[in-house]
Design a protein around this ligand. Structure first.
Ligand code: PLP
Length: 376
């Protein structure tokens, strides 16, 4: 039996989103920029999708710029905003997604800007005071994610955005892993830029959005036809946007809490040397990251794959060498332990039986690997 437990990587497309793709592709054959009836139909479908995404997030439609996903939204905000600024400092948490950290590294290396990475507490949450103490008149941008993609730990974005706003410092909030998992009111949050991705909530891959506060300056990353009010050129992905709007209405991760908590209780009861990360901080309901000390995360992942479980390992592969999770390292987890980490991210269809089956598989894999290690 196959069990897909990697929703934070991507989620299965929900039926309503698929229907929106088919329906929009069939009924809106035109280019939204075309002036004829077919163009108008496509434009209407795009406007409707934008209105519905905006309504869901409590913002004006004009602030939603559709992109090819969270990575583009983050790059667009960083490169687009910093180009309009005089050189200065950027404050960012050390646990951001690479689509934040890598563009910022370019501004540090090529442009000589100062990028300050603030490490989280051991709990996985960023400390508000530790972050805010770096914010000053030279700060051009502060970046903090709403929920971490590896540990699921919810970050204090409301407090940090408020502090930055009082000092007139622009903020970028990566809400990719919070969407669908936490109530989001962007009017209340009032960040300058918020990035979103559709495929984490049952929409299509390759679709996302950057929500911009009214009046925010942005040099466009993509130049050309001037679509999306000159903020993102390129013919719009109308079916993808419609599917994003449809998915937002339906996907609900709230029942994951009981499944995830049950999984962790069972895991720790059966394998007491297992370590669960971020469990002392508030987390999104579906995510569990843990290590089974002494076992290599990648080996575990491959064994789980053979047993039919799709999960993620905390280590990332770069140039043929495996790096331990930068998130766990920033939390102070020792490197060998960080290398052994596994991330499980449940979806709404999962039940206690799936969690139980995963624990049983982990126990038998661990016993087998220990036996093999002993036999050598
Ligand atoms: N930000 C976070 C926190 C993510 O988890 C991801 C994807 O894993 C992204 C950004 C990138 O989103 P996308 O896959 O839509 O480019």
């Amino acid at each position: 039996m196959h069990r897909y437990l990697d929703y934070n990587a991507t989620s299965p497309v929900v039926k309503e989103a698929l229907q929106a793709v088919v329906q929009t592709s069939e009924s809106c054959l035109g280019n939204p920029s075309s002036l004829h009836w077919a163009g108008r139909a496509a434009r209407k479908a795009l406007d409707d999708a934008r209105d519905s995404v905006a309504k869901h997030l409590h913002v004006e439609s004009g602030s939603v710029v559709f992109t090819s996903g969270g990575t583009e939204a983050n790059n667009m905000a960083i490169h687009g905003w910093l180009q309009t600024q005089s050189p200065g400092k950027i404050v960012v948490s050390a646990i951001e997604h690479p689509s934040i950290l890598q563009p910022l590294a370019i501004w540090a290396e090529r442009e000589g800007w100062t990028v300050i990475q603030v490490r989280p507490l051991k709990s996985g949450a960023v400390d508000v005071d530790a972050f805010c103490e770096h914010i000053d008149v030279d700060t051009r941008l502060a970046c903090l994610m709403m929920a971490n993609n590896e540990t699921g730990v919810i970050q204090p974005v409301r407090e940090i955005v408020e502090h930055c706003r009082n000092l007139d410092v622009a903020t970028l909030v990566d809400a990719v892993q919070a969407l669908g998992k936490l109530p989001i009111n962007l009017a209340e949050l009032n960040a300058d830029f918020v990035s979103l991705s559709a495929h984490k909530i049952g929409g299509m891959k390759g679709v996302g959005a950057l929500v911009m506060k009214r009046g925010s300056k942005l040099a466009p990353l993509l130049q050309g036809g001037g679509q999306e009010r000159k903020r993102r050129s390129g013919t719009e992905n109308v079916p993808g946007a419609a599917a994003f709007a449809a998915a937002l209405e339906v996907l609900d991760f709230s029942n994951c809490q009981a499944v995830r908590d049950g999984f962790e209780q069972e895991l720790l009861a059966t394998l007491p040397d297992a370590v669960v990360y971020g469990a002392k901080a508030p987390r999104v309901a579906n995510t569990s990251m843990f290590s089974m000390p002494g076992l290599d995360g990648e080996t575990l992942l491959m064994q789980l794959d053979l047993a039919g479980f799709a999960v993620a390992s905390g280590s990332a592969c770069s140039s043929g060498k495996r790096d331990a999770s930068h998130v766990l390292l920033a939390m102070g987890v020792p490197e060998p332990q960080a290398r052994s980490s596994i991330r499980v991210s449940f979806g709404p269809e999962h039940t206690a039986a799936d969690a139980q089956a995963l624990v049983s598989a982990l126990v038998s894999i661990r016993n087998r690997l220990k036996m093999m290690a002993g036999a050598v």
